[in-house]
Design a protein around this ligand. Sequence first.
Ligand code: NAI
Length: 716
Amino acid sequence: MDFKGRVALVTGAGNGLGRVYALQFAERGASVVVNDLGGDSKGGGVSSRPADMVVEEIRAMGGSAVANYDSVEFGEKLVDTAIKAFGRIDIVVNNAGILRDKSFARISDEDWDIIQKVHLKGAFKVTRAAWPYMKEQKYGRIIMVSSSSGIYGNFGQANYAAAKLGLLGLSNTLAKEGVKYNIRCNAIAPTAGSRMLATVMPQEMIDALKPEFVAPLVLYLCHESSEETGGLFEAAAGWIGKNRWQNAQGAFIAEHNKSSGKWEMTPEMVRDKWSAITDFSTNPSYMTSQADFQPKLMSYIEKMKGGSSSPQEGSEVSWSYNERDVILYALGIGVSTTQEDHLKFLFELSEDFCVLPTFPVLVAFTGSDLPLNKETTGIDIDPTKILHGEQYLEVYKPLATAGSFTTKSEVVDVVDKGSGALILSHMTSYDEDGEKVAFNQLSTFVVGAGGFGGKRSSDKAYPTQKAPNREPDSSMEEKTSIDQAALYRLSGDRNPLHLDPSFAAMGGFDKPILHGLCTMGYSSRHILAKYAGNDVSKFKAMKVRFAKPVVPGQTIRTNMWQDDNRVFFESLVVENGNKVITGGYVDLHSVSPQQAPANTSSILKSSSMFSEMSKRLTPAVIKKVGAVFQFNITQEGKVAETWTVDMKTPPGAVYVGEPKQGKPGVTLTISDDDLLAMASGKLDGQKAFSTGRLKLKGNIMLSMKLSTLFDANSKM
Ligand code: NAI
């Protein structure tokens, strides 16, 4: 990285860190203003010597530098020096600093003021003077030198810590204001052996901390190639790490008082929710702007405006996820690198990286805080007697590979089933734009909680559906990993029942069992693979009843029946024949063309071959071939039928007639008999071509690619 043509102003560059920044900028071609007041480390005295010496050092190595001896309080003078000497200013490193360490009670007004003046006001004055030039030239790089004392607090440095964290606030704001002028501003918190540290650290440590290990960070952040802005970086002893704010999910505390009609909040309510307020373990967020907080704020304001709904009646929680969560979920429901399409689900850099459509079921455990208790359901509930009975999921739009859901949850019905109570909860999730992304209905069965005289059924329930009375149209088997539950639980449902043998034994199970929603995930994948070419955007809705558990390591078979865009299914454990999901169905927006029976109106023998071809149109094949083929099939020397095999437009298609879109890449004219012979390997394609039995028009080479659709033994 070079800095030729750039002008850098480093304040306090006569000593310590600043000196090394100045030397390194100059070494790489920048013209440098070496500013230093030349006083002692407490802010006493002045001297031109420190700045002059650094300027001499730079000139001696062939660099370009001028000295400035003004205090940073007079920022304009420093910038003037740059403009007069070099005609511009590109980089400002606000490094000058002093210390007045004292325990808090002993800090005098003067100790306080001088620290704020040098660090905070100095950085303000210098940067404000440089800002118009940077704005005008649409280029600027600014560093604010903060300190770990400011970030974390440090005994005896109240004045200094306050100023140093003030610099972070200044930096964060300039980063935002500078964006449109290509002015980037970052803060650093260095640790380096210098005269400043000599007052607070033993000599051996100071010796071990070289400014040369901090300066490269400053240079990188100030280079034109760096887009970083608004960051805070700690750097010391050859190590650099970025800092950020972590925000707990927190809790909505206010409660709606039904008799007064008002929202109320008391210190006791705060105390009672303290663990939720301070919990960073569940879905913390990392806000980078006040705007990030707005949606949450607005939703609470809306809630309060509504007045009637109290947190007991419904709750709303934001849950953010990233690519890692998406991949972890895919692994949890059995996506494996042994599968053809795995990259789109496991590799964030894959071109078609996407989220499996059942991902939003996770909100039932991670994105919702709806407790099932007397307050929410009106009945007494023993939490150890709760079973996940059924699940219905509807997805309204393809899911972003990272983002956040705000989920509104409420108990909508409690049904008296005699032997137990069935609780229906609704969870509706919205994305960052406030658009509805998914809806879950969770049916929870509470054993022994029935007989309370409630209604016997609910019109809100999404019922399971009986599969057609015939052999399954297709089925798919997959062995789960012995570690499947251990992996799936990391997506949110950490119930020990799925991992801890002693806990499973208490629940009456021989071994820990797989999560029902994990089994649901397997079945959804089977249906997507068979009927949607693994195209997640085809998924619309899914319903399951969890009949029996799966034990990790067992093989799940999904039996499927297609009826238009609905695929009915049931899932079994192959090893014991147990039905684990019953009455299930998946609704697709459309069934992949390659799965629909090919147009059977054909009169040709080779039509069965086309139907066979249509089944081989996988996304991988489409990607590999990327062309449209037209077949003119002749009988008795005349074209009897034309077929199109579209291996270009996803998800691909095979149909009677000429291409619906564009021109074919290649047109093959061949008799019905010869095509069959060729596809089955009895007739060599080359031979057919050279003897004139196969005529090719267009890009002849493309016909070689057809072999992917023919039998393995065909000779295309
Ligand atoms: P240093 O004392 O070696 O160098 C600071 C320089 O600033 C001195 O040459 C001094 O003459 C100059 N200066 C002081 N007041 C000035 C003013 N009003 N106008 C112009 N120049 C002035 O200190 P060091 O350790 O190199 O620190 C550089 C910066 O890094 C400071 O802002 C300091 O607070 C910060 N810092 C340093 C840490 C460290 O471990 N050395 C730790 C955290 C922050």
